[in-house]
Design a binder for this molecule. Structure first.
Ligand SMILES: [Zn+2]
Length: 316
């Protein structure tokens, strides 16, 4: 997964001792060439990364595979000291669009909803955190985002079984109404109160997803600290800055809403996101943008409360 070695070179440039590992001949040659080209020492290993991880201890492990990271996470969590960073590009299984594949890979039931990027991220986090717990490790997400077609998360490790136990208390289930988009969540290792019909609209078109991660997907302080490290020579600074500032300011609710989807549902034209969010705040609810899309937002208000507080007037 070292590929060109670019991330290894980046870490070496910050003064870290780096080991790049890849199974591919060309990738290994390229990673070596790129370290040398930048005058950095670094180890490049051509082997199965699971074997390397089982034999060596690293402070930070960055898994960046094509598709699901699941084949590598046991080895990573069983030996890494401080942090595991994970990319997943198999968003269709994660968000429930390919549900059976999601169930097989992640030992959870994801559901295809209007907040699919967040469903995918939380399905991934659930699986990663449960995997770490098998090794008595608490893996707390301190920064996560879903960008374009991948999910990315940074997990800080604590090697105490009691900490792993308390982290698992943030797993649970989401009950979602496909008719009116109302949703509620419950914590626990199994769903205790699966509703037969929606308490908001009475529909029986209900989906239950889980166990997914219901806790925070990022630590605001850490994410803000990362943001202060961005510098103008980084080609992607504008995108990175926008993502990090939005993630840092997101309120901690397990799902987001899509403003356009709601307005379509209500048969009203969508207004500006800032006005919409201000209306929610002025009505006394917590509300924030969400980084998942330009029309994504988070709030403590229910669907009915959102409509009452912020639905634009259809005559405007
Ligand atoms: Zn409903």
């Amino acid at each position: 997964m070292a590929a060109s070695g670019i991330r290894g070179v980046r870490a070496a440039a910050e003064g870290y001792t780096v080991t790049c590992c890849d199974i591919d001949d060309e990738a290994v040659d390229l990673a070596r060439a790129n370290l040398a080209r930048n005058d950095f020492d670094g180890t490049v290993e051509q082997r199965n990364v699971n074997a390397l991880l089982h034999e060596s201890m690293f402070d930070v492990v960055d898994l960046d595979p094509f598709g699901t990271p699941i084949p590598f996470v046991d080895a990573a969590f069983s030996t890494t000291r401080n942090m595991v960073c994970v990319t997943a590009t198999d968003t269709a299984p994660l968000c429930g669009a390919h549900m059976q594949s999601g169930i097989r890979k992640y030992s959870a039931v994801p559901q295809n909803t209007d907040y699919h990027p967040e469903m995918g991220l939380r399905t991934l986090l659930s699986s990663l955190i449960r995997t770490a717990a098998r090794y008595d490790v608490a893996a707390t997400p301190i920064c996560s985002h879903v960008s374009r077609h991948y999910a990315r998360t940074y997990l800080e490790l604590d090697h105490r079984a009691t900490e792993a136990d308390s982290l698992l208390e943030n797993l649970g289930f989401i009950h979602h109404c496909e008719e009116c988009l109302a949703r509620r969540h419950e914590f626990g290792h199994y769903p205790e109160s699966v509703p037969e019909s929606c308490s908001t609209c009475g529909s029986n078109r209900l989906l239950t997803a889980g166990p997914i991660w219901l806790g925070p997907v990022a630590d605001s302080e850490f994410t803000t600290a990362v943001r202060t490290q961005l510098s103008p020579e980084m080609g992607s600074i504008n995108r990175a800055d926008k993502t990090l500032s939005t993630v840092a300011a997101e309120i901690d609710t397990p799902t987001h809403y899509d403003q356009h989807r709601l307005c379509k549902q209500w048969g009203v034209p969508a207004n500006s996101m800032d006005d919409f969010i201000d209306d929610l705040r002025n009505a006394g609810y917590e509300a924030s943008h969400a980084h998942y899309s330009g029309t994504a937002f988070k709030t403590t208000a229910t669907v009915g409360e959102i409509r009452e507080a912020a639905a634009p007037d259809p005559d405007n």
